[in-house]
Design a protein around this ligand. Structure first.
Ligand SMILES: [Ca+2]
Ligand SMILES: [Ca+2]
Ligand SMILES: [Ca+2]
Length: 389
């Protein structure tokens, strides 16, 4: 189980994880300079590669790579991000952490992390002060232990959490996994993974999905009535919507290749997600109506991975993660999904990704390797969306 994942972690030590996305690695020892990236990644944008839009086939917005030098990256970030602080550290008993989401009142976060000495993610919560600083002693594992976990999310009324775990069936094979070219990036889709609901403290975990196969990458709608998630129950990973109690499951995408990472829009009417429709491991962003109609591709195919989109409160823009600066330097960008307007948000060396914006629009939280240990950890900053987003 997880042989590929573990092989990768040892060999490359960059990022890996399950489900909602790669999140963490504890063994990154040194930054990889942008100049050492493969030429095709370093210099390529979809337009540079001559990717043409076929007649009648919309390929999404053209995203132009920011050309800032990165020499003064803290200053370059300061226009949108201020008072950047690290929320998780190895001193908290976790070797690495990733993919954090806010509670409805922004006073708590849920994320996945490796407990020290362990090689599978467990789910944790951590309380924040009103100013968004960690109450470090409040870190708490909320998953039952055993198996792998990923993709935590708070119920909108604050009364509970959902996350995915394989603890009931930890040894089932992974028929599907996502791996980028060159073998340098992969995550598993454990066949024994199911979506669980529990109290905010992890109490009384109960299984919401019972199908054979991978069920994960889950998020509530704003009313707390529906859950959108990704499942490979029919062999191919696609998006599904179910009632919050696990009943009434309905499939909303049906295309070959990975569809995942879905989140309901703030009005509950649409779902943002990423997909590998070209089966080339270059994920692109899509939006679809929650009933499965009106799918629209948002970013172009090309030698670029665009993934982990998350809505801003106004519901017209998303923050997302892109490899447009290379696979050793993922960055967070903003995209207005109606106009195609886009802007770079992070500028730090190494990984920056899996961003979320608080429901009041004031904070951005993401996974970054900018800290002193260069491991993946959770960061938070005061966020000011520029005009047009
Ligand atoms: Ca399952
Ligand atoms: Ca699919
Ligand atoms: Ca970066």
């Amino acid at each position: 189980m997880h042989r590929l994942l573990r092989t990768f972690m040892v060999t490359f030590g960059i990022l890996s994880g399950a489900a909602c996305g790669p999140a963490a690695s504890s063994d990154v020892k040194s930054p990889v300079a942008e100049s050492s990236m493969p030429t095709d990644i370093r210099q390529s944008t979809p337009q540079a590669m001559g990717i043409a839009e076929a007649p009648g086939v919309p390929l999404g917005f053209e995203i132009v790579r920011d050309t800032t030098s990165n020499a003064e990256w803290p200053a370059e970030e300061a226009g949108l991000l201020t008072n950047v602080r690290q929320l998780t550290t190895p001193a908290m008993g976790i070797t690495a952490a990733g993919e954090a989401y806010f509670s409805p009142d922004n006073r708590r976060i849920i994320f996945q992390a490796y407990p020290t000495g362990q090689t599978e993610y467990q789910m944790f919560t951590l309380e924040l002060t009103p100013e968004g600083y960690p109450r470090t002693s409040t870190i708490k594992q909320v998953s039952p232990g055993g198996g792998a976990c990923t993709c935590g999310f708070f119920k909108p009324d604050g009364s509970g959490i959902i996350f995915a775990s394989s603890y009931l069936n930890p040894d089932m094979p992974n028929p599907n996994f996502y791996q980028r070219e060159g073998g340098s990036y992969t995550w598993d889709m454990p066949g024994g993974m199911d979506i669980l609901a529990a109290g905010v403290d992890g109490s009384e975990p109960r299984r919401l999905t019972t199908e054979h196969g991978y069920d994960a990458e889950c998020g509530y709608d704003p009313a707390g009535e529906r859950i959108v998630f990704s499942s490979d129950r029919d062999g191919d990973p696609d998006l599904y919507v179910m009632r919050a109690d696990g009943s009434g499951v309905r499939q909303i995408t049906d295309n070959a290749g990975y569809d995942g990472g879905p989140f309901f829009s703030p009005d509950g009417k649409r779902v943002i997600f990423r997909a590998d429709r070209n089966l080339d491991s270059h994920l692109q962003l899509f939006v679809i109506n929650a009933d499965g109609t009106g799918e629209r591709q948002l970013t172009r195919h090309g030698p670029v991975v665009n993934w982990a989109p998350y809505w801003l409160p106004a519901g017209r823009s998303v923050v997302y993660t892109t490899s447009i600066h290379g696979h050793y330097n993922y960055e967070v960008y903003l995209l207005n999904i109606e106009t195609g307007g886009h802007r770079r948000v992070t500028h730090a060396p190494r990984f920056d990704g899996l961003p979320v914006v608080s429901n009041d629009g004031k904070w951005m939280m993401w996974t970054s390797q900018r800290g002193p240990t260069q491991t993946s950890q959770i960061f938070l900053a005061e966020f000011r969306a520029p005009s047009g987003f």
